[in-house]
Design a protein around this ligand. Sequence first.
Ligand code: ADP
Length: 287
Amino acid sequence: EEQNLYAEQKTKELEQAKQELEDYANRLEESAQYKSNFLANMSHELRTPLNSILILSQMLYENEHSNLSKEEAGYARVIHSSGNDLLTLINDMLDLSKLEAGKIELVMDEVNLSEIPDMLKPSFAPVAENKGIAFHTELKEGLPPTIRTDGQRLQQILKNLLSNAFKFTHKGSVTLTLHRPDPAFIRRHIPSLPQENAVAVSIKDTGIGIPLEKQEEIFEAFQQVDGNTNRIYGGTGLGLSICREFATMLGGSIAVSSMPNQGSTFTLLLPIERGNTVLEAAAAHES
Ligand code: ADP
């Protein structure tokens, strides 16, 4: 009799605890939803006035017949480039919140590999020239003509990696190479990806490099190699964490190898065709 009462009491307590946990999970879900809606709305509200700032400041410094002095046109240029930094930050925060909320949907398409360098050259050739750094692109042998992936997101990842490469390099070169990764590399990063289903894009720079103990950390949100990075180079530390999340969504992975003062190589490993095995690999990789 006593034992029965005890068991009943325990069952009740367990039920209650379960209910409390469920309520708590619901509240968490609700607040996550609230946060992501808030960020989405804020981003929109911030972007609208920012667009005017960007367009008008550009008109100011590009207008050949303006009465602005050289110095004043220089100020307009600074307004424009600071506005651009702000836009990047807003877009990154929005992407991250969408990623966290699982709200990013991929648009899969056939992407022509030989078009990738041409897609990126217009954005980075001027940066390279400005800094006096060479920008090389190469397509190795044995690549398939196309891969099935989200072209927009792929472009976003590569642009992010390239802008880091140019940002942290002061002399030498940045080289983007499309190639078939070797089996050991694949085994290390996505063991379940068959070699015949893998391609890789490497971005190699001759820049400041990254100490070994920081090479994993930098993929976490808001992590930079040192506190001063932000002051010297700008940036928010969001880029790489977004890149890695996107790479995982595409069934791929991003790895880095680097030596301080010699340079870094970031390699994006991607499936040619994203099948179920790769989806599982991505899930395993995430956990
Ligand atoms: P951000 O560039 O905005 O700081 P990222 O997430 O893109 O943010 O990069 C995080 C940090 O990783 C950078 O602040 C920098 O310290 C380091 N890093 C990234 N790419 C490179 C690179 N190519 N060379 C040297 N350091 C790099």
